[in-house]
Write a protein that binds this ligand. Sequence first.
Ligand code: MN
Length: 215
Amino acid sequence: MPVYTLPELPYDYSALAPVISPEIIELHHDKHHAAYVKGANDTLEQLAEARDKESWGSINGLEKNLAFHLSGHILHSIYWQNMTGPKDGGGEPLATDGVGALADAIKESFGSFAGFKAQLTKAAATTQGSGWGVLAYEPLSGRLIVEQVYDHQGNVGQGATPILVFDAWEHAFYLQYKNQKVDFIDAMWAVVNWQDVARRYEAAASRANTLLLAP
Ligand code: MN
């Protein structure tokens, strides 16, 4: 039995059009995300084999592969849920839509929604090579931060929980937006599912801080 499995998309391939084409969604989910799931499962098996044989020659590569594939699986699983069709998505989180706690946290952490939006847009659009722009709940401060993630696993603060993720890898946009990564990231805001982001914020914020436990 594999440890990790590919989650179903919460909508059909065409649900995010015209912001993201059905062709991109199908390939991105069925091929790219599936490969990270397989990679994470395969790496766990290879690590078990290494333990059995007490053969540690590949340990550095295996640990890196585990971080890469597992983080790829986690980020994509959040990514699909973070989006909804342009009819229901986009705009900004408002108390009148029942997402006031998230709206307040964004204002407290970034000064304003506009400031937050500008920072996440810049972080995602200026990734060098492959990466993500991520809004995360940081439990030591109880605040939200923006992270510019390298690949799937680098440049992150330990223990912060991603709640809104923008995939800035070329496979996320190239078939439709070509080299215009900035246009893709700008367009992404129209399909953000704020209800989902708020649900993730509230779950993360209500969890006890388990990082720096007093003796
Ligand atoms: Mn991706």
